[in-house]
Design a protein around this ligand. Structure first.
Ligand code: PMP
Length: 364
C-alpha cells in the first residue's frame, strides 16, 4: 500500500494544466490579451470594497442579482429572452460541467463526447464515477451526424458534451446537428453545448441559445474567462430549462460563489461593452492568421474561436520547443502533428509569425 491512500484509479495521474511558463508571448491558454481598463479596475475595486463590509455574512446562495445580469447579457445574443430562473453560475465553466455530471451523471450513468475535444470532460467523468465514451469527429473536425446518431443510440448517454466552438479545433456545430442529437437523447439525458468561445463565432454562425425554447434537455454553457477578458475571476454559467438550473442546486456546495466573486462579476458585467470591445478585433486577427498560415502551406482547421489549430508537423514537439526558444508559448495539443495558438495582440501575432517562419526553416 503506497502513501497517500489515494483512490486506485487516481494513482500516478498528473494534474491537468497547461504549462504556466513566464515567457514574453503567452498564446497557450486562449486568454483574452486585453485586460480591463483603469476605469473598469476602479469600479471592480469599489465593488470589492463595498462587499468587504459584509464579509461576516454568507453570500447569496442563489446569486440572484448575478443570474439576472447574466440573463440580460445572454438575452441580447439570442432570439428568445433568457430568464433569471434559466441561469446558474459557478466558479468557471469547469465547475458548471462538474456540477452537471454530479447531478446528471454518476455511477451507472454515461457521458459522451466526440474527440478531439476538451480534455477535461473525461476527467470530470472520472471524478464523478460516470462512464466515459468518446466517439470521433470527422477528418475536418466536424460531426458526422449519422455516426454520432448511431453512437448515441447504442450508448444511451445521460450527458452529451457538444462544445461549439470546439477546443482544440475551433469548429462550430450546425444547429440542426445539435437539435437532432437533443431529439435522440430525449428526456433520458441532457445535451450540453459548451460555448466557452461562443462570442468569437464568425458572422452567420448561430448560438445554440436559439434552440433553448424548443429543447428542454439542452444546456448551453458560457464563461467570462475568454471573450469577457476575466479568466482570473473564475465565473462560468449555464442557460437551460429552469428545472435543470434548479436541479443543479442539489449538488452545489453551500455558498459556492463567494460574495467577492459575485461583486466582481456584477461589476465586470456593467463594463461588458468595454470588456467585449476587442472581440471583433480578435476575430479579424484570427481570420487573418488563418489566411497567413494557409498561404504558407500549413493546414489550419476552420476556427470560430479565439485560437486556431494548425499543422501538421512530423515533430510538433520540436516546433513547440523552437517557438518557446523565441519567447512564444503555444499549446501542444490536439491530434498528433497539430499545434494550437491563441489569438493575441497584433504585436504578439507578429512575433509568433516571425518565430514560426524561423523555426520551420530551422527544422526543414
Ligand atoms: N470549455 C472549454 C471548451 C474550454 O476550452 C475551457 C477552458 N479552456 C473551459 C470550458 C473552462 O473555462 P473556465 O473554467 O475558465 O470557464
Amino acid at each position: 500500500m503506497s502513501f497517500p491512500p489515494l483512490r486506485e484509479e487516481l494513482r500516478g495521474i498528473e494534474p491537468y494544466g497547461a504549462p504556466q511558463i513566464d515567457v514574453p508571448v503567452c498564446l497557450n491558454t486562449n486568454e483574452n490579451p486585453y485586460g480591463p481598463s483603469a476605469a473598469c479596475a476602479d469600479d471592480i475595486a469599489a465593488s470589492v470594497r463595498e462587499a468587504a463590509t459584509s464579509l461576516h455574512r454568507y453570500p447569496d446562495r442563489e446569486h440572484v442579482a448575478l443570474r439576472t445580469a447574466l440573463a440580460s447579457y445572454l438575452s441580447a445574443d439570442t432570439v428568445a429572452p433568457v430568464s433569471t430562473e434559466q441561469v446558474w453560475a459557478a466558479n468557471g465553466s469547469n465547475e458548471i460541467m462538474l456540477q452537471l455530471l454530479q447531478a446528471f451523471g454518476g455511477p451507472g450513468r454515461t457521458a459522451l463526447s466526440f474527440a478531439p475535444t476538451y480534455s477535461m470532460y473525461p476527467e470530470y467523468a472520472r471524478d464523478t464515477h460516470t462512464r466515459w465514451v468518446a466517439g470521433r469527429r470527422s477528418d475536418d473536425f466536424g460531426l458526422d451526424l449519422d455516426a454520432a446518431r448511431d453512437l448515441v443510440a447504442a450508448e444511451k448517454p445521460h450527458v452529451v458534451f457538444l462544445p461549439s466552438p470546439n477546443n482544440p479545433t475551433g469548429t462550430a456545430l450546425e444547429p440542426a446537428a445539435i437539435a437532432a442529437l437533443c431529439e435522440l437523447v430525449g428526456e433520458r439525458g441532457i445535451v450540453v453545448v459548451d460555448e466557452a468561445y461562443g462570442e468569437f463565432r464568425r458572422a452567420g454562425t448561430p448560438s445554440a441559445l436559439d434552440l433553448l425554447p424548443q429543447h428542454r434537455n439542452l444546456v448551453v454553457t458560457r464563461t467570462m474567462s475568454k471573450a469577457f477578458a476575466a479568466a482570473g475571476l473564475r465565473l462560468g454559467y449555464l442557460a437551460a430549462d429552469p428545472a435543470i438550473a434548479d436541479a443543479v442546486r442539489v449538488v452545489r456546495l453551500p455558498y459556492h460563489l463567494s460574495s467577492i466573486t459575485q461583486a466582481v462579476a456584477l461589476a465586470a458585467l456593467r463594463h461588458a461593452p468595454e470588456l467585449l470591445a476587442r472581440v471583433d478585433d480578435l476575430r479579424a486577427e484570427r481570420d487573418s492568421l488563418v489566411a497567413w498560415l494557409r498561404e504558407r502551406g500549413h493546414r489550419v482547421a476552420d476556427s470560430d474561436a479565439n485560437f486556431c489549430l494548425f499543422g501538421t508537423f512530423s515533430d510538433r514537439h520540436a516546433v513547440w520547443e523552437g517557438l518557446l526558444e523565441h519567447g512564444v508559448l503555444v499549446r501542444e495539443t490536439g491530434p498528433d502533428g497539430w499545434l494550437r495558438v491563441s489569438i493575441g495582440t497584433p504585436a504578439e501575432m507578429s512575433t509568433f509569425k516571425d518565430a514560426l517562419e524561423r523555426v520551420t526553416k530551422e527544422i526543414a
